[in-house]
Design a protein around this ligand. Sequence first.
Ligand SMILES: [Zn+2]
Length: 135
Amino acid sequence: MDTINNIDTISYLLSKALPFVLLGVLGFNLIQMLFKAGWNRKRFASFYMTCLVGGLTVISILFVQYGVHDLFLIPVFAIAIIIPIVKRKEFFPFSLSCAKCGRGISIRKILFEDPAYCDSCEKIEADKDPGNITT
Ligand SMILES: [Zn+2]
């Protein structure tokens, strides 16, 4: 399938590398499902990233397939960079500190819990509403 003309292009390199990135992001999304059932903002964020990387993968494969010049990757990647910046609350909800008091929290809470509270704030929230927090 790959012709001599297009194997040394950036789009060829991306078409070979991006599927592994896609698997990584998709795997992270599935791991989030294992740690916390249901959909929260953090799971949606990894889903959006999966869609973005999947779109870039498809576009790079199409560029290689149809021999589109690499210069046309510039607007594609500009859009792929601008979308997460404009929608940063949806793409990056991973706060490094407690949503209530600002103390540091564990990596498990950073990646999976939404909203992410430290242990003491989580206990306070659990006392307020016993059915709310399940962990
Ligand atoms: Zn706290």
